[in-house]
Design a protein. Sequence first.
Length: 223
Amino acid sequence: MTPIRLLLVDDDPLVRAGLSFMMGGADDLEIVGEAADGSEVEALVDRTRPDVVLMDIRMPTVDGLAATERLRSRKDAPQIIVLTTFHADEQVLRALRAGAAGFVLKDTPPAEILDAVRRVAAGDPVLSPIVTRQLMAHAAGTSADTRRTSARTRVATLNDREREVAVAVGQGRSNAEIATGLFMSVATVKTHVSRILAKLDLNNRVQIALLAYDAGLLEEDGH
């Protein structure tokens, strides 16, 4: 089995050392590099080709948000998990909108951080619907109406089945759960998810969930 290639990005050398120590012993994971600032990330990604980047959100020169936006705009970008000290944070939400696959708190138990890396490497988000709602509630404000209008325009391009799948993704359901609920095969669900990502120019399921929330689709469905 090919190990998951992981890049650590944090401006605190003690945090990097701690992460390297607690994750370096996993048989299915290889730490391929470390960076102390977002300004170093792109060059390091080019050299090390990581599958997953564990990215600190707050760094002095180029923060994790800017680094995430730069990486996720590239072809064949690695998956990104944001490291933060706050549950509901505007920068975390912006990083998720930019394409990060989830976030973990810095005081998360090592086993849970490892699990998050494995899940993201396998293509699964690490963001629960409850946390999504907390983030969206935190971000609600003067731009909410503008976001809703824009989101509704975008989801209008989906057909009825794709819209149903988008709502189910927003509810945090797995492909198997969506398949059962909508009476289709898992393969068909995967096809619909891929089409939604392509139509809406999104990177991952987290972005589908956020867009569904912005458009009010989860409210319409009673969630």
